[in-house]
Design a protein around this ligand. Sequence first.
Ligand SMILES: Nc1ncnc2c1ncn2[C@@H]1O[C@H](COP(=O)(O)OP(=O)(O)OP(=O)(O)O)[C@@H](O)[C@H]1O
Ligand SMILES: [Mg+2]
Length: 654
Amino acid sequence: MLTISGVSKTFGGRTLFEDVSLQVNRGDRIGLVGPNGAGKTTFFSLLLRLNEPDTGLINFERGTTVGYLPQESAPVGDETVLEIATAVTPEMHELRRKITAHENGLATADEEHDFHIIQDRFNELGGYQLEPKAKQILAGLSFREKDFNRLAREMSGGWIMRAHLARLLVQEPDLLILDEPTNHLDLESLQWFQDYLDNYPGAILMISHDREFLNNLVKWIVEIRSGSLIRYRGNYDDYLLQRAAQEEQLLAAYKNQQKEIAHLQEFADRFRAKASKASQAQSKLKQIERMEKIEAPVSDLKKIHFEFPQPIRSGLKVIKLEKVDFAYGENVIYQGMDFEAERDQRIVLVGPNGAGKSTLLKILAGILEIQGGNRELGHNAKLGYYSQHRVEMLKPGRTVLEEGLDTPQRVTEQFVRTVLGCFLFRGDDVFKRVSVLSGGEKSRLALVKLLMDPPNLLLMDEPTTHLDMSSIDALIDALHQFKGTLVFISHDVYFIRKLGNHVVHVNAGRLTHYKGDYQYYLDKTAATSARAALTSTNVGKPAAKIVAAVKTSLPQPSPNKEAKREEAEQRQAKAKELRDKKSQVDKLEKEIALLEKRRLELTAELENPETYAKGGAASQINRELMELEETLGRLNASWEAASTHFLSLQDGKA
Ligand SMILES: Nc1ncnc2c1ncn2[C@@H]1O[C@H](COP(=O)(O)OP(=O)(O)OP(=O)(O)O)[C@@H](O)[C@H]1O
Ligand SMILES: [Mg+2]
């Protein structure tokens, strides 16, 4: 139904695609993957003719209908949520508008006169069936009944995206083109959406960084890599396996070829001087020339690495809420709510959709005024709030560098450039305007601005939105080093597991604080799925009861609270010990490798006749070698001890 052939696209000297081709057939389920800034969104814009390719052809089979969900939301006019969801064609939209006008007594005389024609046409196009379908889909995407007739522009960007998504599903085109559709969904609607797409009658082409989502839905992965499109059969995990195997093969082939080249070259070098063998030497050189050279596989994507300045230390009590009341108009969210965070805690907020997690974060940030009770910031506490909103604050006309320089504290251009470089804004990238940045690049820029002068109380609402997998890992690393307090919301279980050491469950205005990591929380609440637990309302009921309801065989009588807490603490202490040992082993290995390399260099020098021509050089090298051997011996002994210890710890854990 869609054929792409020989397409190339370049932006300001950077080639995003070179001569790429792809065929999409009816019923296909394709996931498009690649790091932030690889050109995924640009590729979609080419398909939709929002952008022209430099060369190549893009052809849709005649009559194919296409629906597109952009990565970032388009501005909306005066439509209600339901109007957006049912506006499947301009004609439908217009007919519906006239009918609503009639119902509200706002129709013009002409419209009133033609009302029956309008109504018949609307009916003929299936307009009346559209609405129930739209409502069902909106409900699946977590809209409440009372939101259906609200003006969309009064809602946040995430909800507007959902309304557009609903429209696409109502419209049911032959080909759905979705750019990171899960970014704005909470877990419940994510699950609903996944099931819906699973039964979708048309073809789907989508970009996503959500591994689980891709695994559940796609049958093909297309990877954008160094300007090419590479197609793999299977889901995301299958793709990872195939790619790893491919890389291994390529590396082996490359090494073999290099060996052969070295061999031929050696032969040629040795015999070139001898007249009798000169022609053979020549032919070996020719042979090398004729070989089709295998390129060394580029080691995976560039890695982000960032060490940010550490904030000043806060007091032990960082922030405290006491008997706090908060309501949006009539909608009471909290009444007499208490919350406390202590230094160095990394608290993750979990709980069902709409429970008030983001509200709590905004209360902590002081963005929302509390209507009763106390909010107290501890000694020396300096807070910073991060959400998608921060990304939206970036000014489209500014360059990356200008944005980086625009921070409250004084920073040098050199410093800003170094930090930007760590987040993969290299060379001319810093002169790009915000308006052309990809979704992930914008998120990274906003994070850079925050981390350049980090507060010691960091409040983050879904910080991984738009980030690709390696950027998420980099953010986890950065937050691990961060010496301060973190309170965050995320629907990424991987991210939560890596960071959270306290869990606060928010439900119906009640907070339950679990003083352990995410696993501890799961054990405690007897949740069966890590993902489902994020939205669970079951928490707070005695664990044993839930378990009894789910399983017939009860686990051991549940030990008391204190014992469980101790158990979790022990588990954490053990995990930390294991981590520390591992990093000690790694460090020793690195040192040993360095020394071994140096040893090789020194021995090579000793073998070189020229060394002996320089007076005293040889004996100096010998001395260094002896010292080096001694250090190596010591390091090797430590390494052996450390790795034995590490292994025994690991076994003990298993
Ligand atoms: N009009 C433009 N002028 C110059 N560069 C551009 C323009 N549009 C996009 N780019 C650059 O092209 C690259 C690809 O952008 P694109 O939005 O396609 O990335 P993406 O793969 O969708 O990334 P993400 O995962 O972050 O959404 C980015 O580096 C972006 O800065
Ligand atoms: Mg994109």
